[in-house]
Design a protein around this ligand. Sequence first.
Ligand code: ADP
Length: 229
Amino acid sequence: MNFLQVNDLCKIYGAGENRVAALDHVSLTIEKGEFVSIIGSSGSGKSTLLHALAGVDRPTSGQVLLDGQDVYAQNPEQLAIFRRRQVGLIYQFHNLIPTLDVVENITLPVLLDHRRVNRQRLEELLDLLGLAERRTHLPNQLSGGQQQRVAIGRALMNAPAVMLADEPTGALDSRNGQEIIRLLKQSHEKYRQTLIIVTHDESIALQADRIITIADGKIARDVRRAARV
Ligand code: ADP
């Protein structure tokens, strides 16, 4: 079974003269554990697609199925739980809570879910992200790269099946950007997560198993790299 399946997805904004088809009959399937990059010019519909996959932006029509589950057929409460447990969403601007320290920011989704923090996973993530020495620091006591690592930790804390990143390196210099991509790949390999990254950076896109190009709300190209040996 396909892990992530998108059937004839449309997202229409506005009406009349202002009507924009941000997604125009998009269908695609993604396997479990795949690393996919989504590229395309600004305004082509990349973020809209990512948010539709993440369960945060209801499409006008069409379906998103994750592991056989029809994401938007769920009631609002089920959808909120789905978002907290199944997907890890990472943005360019990390949306950390300024008054919470590193550990509190990372464990926030677990606490919101009324679940106990898996201490072993927390320690593993702090090590993986190089934040073990920074656990009690507030976001404004961290560099941009470190803040982005906290955002990744937060997205990973619930061990989501899918990691979705929207221009995760856009606000970083190239060295920190590469470091973030290395961490995302490491986590994707270690936890066998599906990783989907929207990027305009070709050097990042080329590291994926598959590159999907979006143009005018449609899939213009979908290219898999030859299997690596
Ligand atoms: P990308 O991520 O590729 O830059 P987006 O998915 O953000 O593109 O946007 C796709 C199209 O949908 C653009 O034409 C954009 O202007 C339009 N759009 C996105 N969000 C909204 C919105 N909330 N209201 C109206 N139009 C929107």
